[in-house]
Design a protein around this ligand. Structure first.
Ligand SMILES: *Cc1c(COP(=O)(O)O)cnc(C)c1O
Length: 433
């Protein structure tokens, strides 16, 4: 049985304190995963995880990961700002972006972040916007399809990311001309993989390319960044990745390819988001309406604006009805949010225990790419984020948005020029409603 990290009693007590919906995170689970990952790669002295901030951009979460020795992987200006505010700098920040604006590169350079360039044209663009650092990395896209034992995992040839192989060769040469002296290499070739073979297969491709790159350019590679892509079992019938076996598989490729080439100083980096955080977060929501038409619907107080994955990808998220963990799943429901979009469904034709109004539904595995992908369509407000600490207490790590937040980017002076001044606030204009 797939159960969430909180018991029904605990989640009910938390929902007394914080109004639903909210995202709840498990501090103990986050620390445990960070330690397990570190252990799996302990054979590589320079190993480091750079947590992909975009998965769960919350400073309190980043601080926990920082305490566990992780760096951060940023993809934008605001993520860099958050990293800086949390005390990350220099080689604790990876900057892996694409279609990068000039100001993002300039801030990355000011923080002395390690930059993974996404395209050969970004070399000169970076030279003009902050300058080429001594240590720099390029993102590799070998094209074609990415397969593991004949099964196609993903389609790099259709992906917008990275340099083609020839561009990599020319790119490192150009970087050397512009003064770069130390190098890394990066690739992200398949997403949400639930096999122990993804990283080892990717590692072998990159290690082989590193040897060729050195032969053809003389570039000395210091790190290989395997990026993200290790998945989690969203469905109850899926197997958890064995991260120790993943680490051992990468070690085997390292010993086969890099050690014989005299490259046993190379550090392995990862930029995992989903693996680290997804199972350590849940979305807690309450059943507020039931509807009996052509199908049976349960309407909850969360919507796709709080968790977009089901609507966007048709993604499965397991649901537990708090307190009914062992009740028979003898009712078939669509679990819906209130957006004016028919894809605003957390589950379709899901067999669940009978749901009463007021029941708490725990939507699993929302700790990565959950809250983070939130938006304000239909004027829906972003929820709170709550941390369940290791000692069993809770901490509000982000308050819920209020209507005032929603209206804060309007300047009412322009809308109501005769009023303006003291009336130029949400509370003055809308407080009466
Ligand atoms: C999204 C992303 C990650 C994290 O991916 P996960 O699937 O969450 O592990 C890491 N690196 C880069 C460059 C990304 O874009």
């Amino acid at each position: 049985m797939k159960l969430p990290f909180v018991t029904a009693d605990t989640v009910k007590a938390i929902a007394e304190q914080y109004p639903t919906p909210f995202h709840l995170y498990d501090e103990g689970g986050i620390r445990e995963r960070a330690r397990r990952l570190k252990q799996a790669f302990a054979w590589n002295p320079g190993f480091r995880e750079y947590f992909a901030v975009k998965a769960t951009p919350n400073p309190f979460i980043l601080k926990i990961l920082q305490e566990e020795g992780c760096g951060v992987d940023c993809s934008s200006l605001t993520e860099l700002m958050m990293a800086k505010a949390c005390g990350f700098s220099g080689d604790s920040i990876m900057f892996s972006s694409n279609d990068t604006p000039a100001e993002d590169f300039r801030l990355a350079r000011r923080l002395n972040a390690t930059i993974n360039l996404d395209d050969e044209t970004h070399i000169d663009f970076l030279q003009e916007n902050g300058g080429i650092p001594e240590l720099i990395s390029c993102r590799y896209n070998p094209g074609g399809t990415f397969s593991i034992s004949n099964a196609i995992m993903d389609n790099p040839g259709e992906a917008k990311y990275g340099f083609m192989p020839e561009q990599m060769i020319n790119g490192y040469k150009r970087l050397m001309e512009l003064g770069a002296k130390r190098f890394g290499i990066h690739a992200f070739l398949a997403s949400n993989t639930i096999t122990n073979d993804y990283y080892p297969t990717l590692a072998k491709i990159l290690f082989t390319f590193v040897v060729k790159l050195r032969e053809e350019t003389g570039a000395e590679i210091e790190f290989v960044n395997l990026s993200g892509g290790v998945g989690i079992p969203y469905r109850p019938d899926q197997q958890e990745v064995d991260i120790q076996a993943v680490g051992d598989g990468v070690r085997k490729a390292y010993e086969e390819v890099l050690v014989p080439a005299g490259l046993e100083h190379i550090k392995i980096y990862t930029e995992l988001g989903r693996y680290m955080l997804a199972p350590n977060g849940v979305l807690v929501t309450r059943a507020i309406h039931e509807k009996h038409i052509w199908k049976e619907y349960i309407g909850v107080d969360a919507c796709a604006a709080n968790l977009m994955r089901p609507a966007m990808y048709g993604a499965y998220h397991h649901i537990t009805v708090a307190g009914k963990e062992t009740a028979p799943c003898d009712h078939q429901y669509d679990i819906t949010g209130g957006l004016c979009e028919n894809n605003d469904k957390f589950a379709i034709d899901r067999m669940l225990p009978q749901i009463e109004m007021g029941d708490l539904l725990i939507i699993h595995d929302t700790g990565a790419h959950g809250f983070a992908m939130g938006y304000n369509y239909n004027g829906k407000l972003r929820s709170a984020e709550v941390l369940l600490r290791e000692d069993g207490t809770t901490q509000l790590i982000r308050r819920a948005e209020t209507p005032e937040d929603y209206f804060s980017t309007f300047d009412f002076t322009d809308f109501f020029p005769k009023i303006g001044g003291a009336y130029n606030t949400y509370s003055a204009r809308f407080g009466e409603f």
